[in-house]
Design a protein around this ligand. Structure first.
Ligand code: SF4
Ligand code: SF4
Length: 373
């Protein structure tokens, strides 16, 4: 049977406590995993550090221990920035097999390649490591997830033609963006004949929560379709795209995704024209293009929950200042660092795939949420 194009991303699993990334709602996750498989979908994507290093273990408990291995494909990722010596790769790889409870991974990626991380990956020979694992039968297909410009991607694929696929950020809002370069990166993958796995088709959820004006245009075309459906079908419609990952945070989102990806139909010319019309409205409405990947949180010495603050900041920009945002900020900042505690060390910015000037925004966020209104 042909593999369906929707993958279950496990970086935004449902939480019992929104301020604790490890508080995964296990019963709901099991229900989602079961539904996903029952509906004929098979691809699951995790990574070493998702959900404060607990995602792989939860995948074992909800998926691997509850379903036959032949019924699903599992992808996970090696974080090159954590590799200080070559033995670290072997250690992390075996820890991942153990955490996931499997004897092999169907897909294994170098995680979040940017120019700086590529430099480390080259120095530590990470590409050879993943090929070696493939030769040993411990990995099915090798690839890397990518967060930099198209020119570098072209150079990497020329140096590493052995990789089987590439995972890129692709959504209609970033399609022509100078920074993310989704279209150009996609063209490079096609040029090198590489299958593409799409991440962030909803731009961290932003394309599911679109402004009213954009919603009206989409609903004018088709009243009952969700905003997310347009974004996911846009990604799945592009040439060479083999899989679109959706970081589903609840059963409702999953059922919506399944409804149009079970028998996926590419976008028509008229539908593509409709998306072109809403693109501008949406891009203008996104204040900070944070996708919530949480890579920055890992490295912040001030323990600032950066993406959570950006989510509040974006919401209050879009929907005008509401006391509920201030209350939520107060709650978060009681257990984590405040935006005003930013030491401007720049560590987060070196890890941000969206190249956001985080420390600058921390000043603005402190002014908005820590000043009495
Ligand atoms: S610049 Fe600020 S927010 Fe970024 S890692 Fe340093 S302290 Fe944290
Ligand atoms: S600020 Fe950047 S690194 Fe941090 S969650 Fe947002 S997109 Fe990811």
């Amino acid at each position: 049977m042909k593999q369906k194009k929707l993958g279950f991303g496990t970086m935004r699993l449902p939480l019992l406590d929104s301020s604790d990334q490890t508080s995964i709602d296990f019963p709901q996750m099991c229900e989602m995993v079961d539904t996903f498989l029952q509906q004929g979908f098979t691809y699951f994507d995790t990574a070493y550090m998702y959900h404060d290093y607990t995602s792989e273990t939860m995948v074992r408990r909800a998926l691997v221990e509850r379903h036959p291995r032949k019924d699903f494909c599992l992808a996970t990722k090696l974080p090159p920035w954590m590799i200080q010596q070559k033995d670290d790769m072997e250690r992390i790889f075996h820890e991942q097999l153990e955490k996931c409870g499997v004897t092999y991974f169907d897909y294994y990626l170098l995680h979040s390649i940017t120019s700086a991380i590529y430099e480390t990956a080259q120095r530590m020979d990470c590409f050879s490591f993943i090929q070696e694992k493939k030769k040993q039968g411990l990995v099915g297909k090798t690839g890397f997830s990518y967060h930099d410009n198209a020119k570098l991607l072209d150079a990497i694929l020329a140096s590493h033609p052995e990789v089987d696929f590439v995972q890129i950020q692709l959504n209609y809002a970033d399609w022509d963006s100078e920074d993310i370069q989704a279209r150009l990166c996609h063209e490079v993958c096609v040029k090198h004949g590489k299958p593409v796995i799409v991440m962030e088709p909803l731009k961290g959820g932003a394309l599911a929560r679109i402004p009213e004006a954009a919603k009206k245009i989409l609903q004018g075309f088709s009243p009952h379709r969700s905003a997310a459906s347009w974004a996911i079908r846009f990604a799945a419609s592009q040439e060479n795209v083999m899989m679109v990952l959706s970081g589903m945070s609840g059963s409702g989102q999953m059922l919506d995704n399944i409804s149009y990806m079970r028998d996926f139909q590419p976008l028509s010319v008229e539908e593509t024209a409709c998306i072109d019309r809403v693109k501008q409205i949406i891009t203008a409405a996104i204040a900070v293009p944070c996708t919530g990947c949480r890579y920055c949180v890992e490295v912040c010495p001030a323990r600032i929950p950066i993406p959570d603050y950006f989510a509040l900041y974006n919401d209050q920009k879009r929907f005008v200042f509401a006391p509920v945002h201030a209350a939520h900020y107060m709650n978060l900042s009681q257990n984590h660092g405040k935006a005003s505690g930013c030491a401007v060390c720049g560590q987060c910015e070196a890890h941000c795939p969206q190249h956001i000037a985080i420390s600058e925004y921390m000043k603005e966020i402190a002014a908005v949420f820590e000043t009495p209104h």
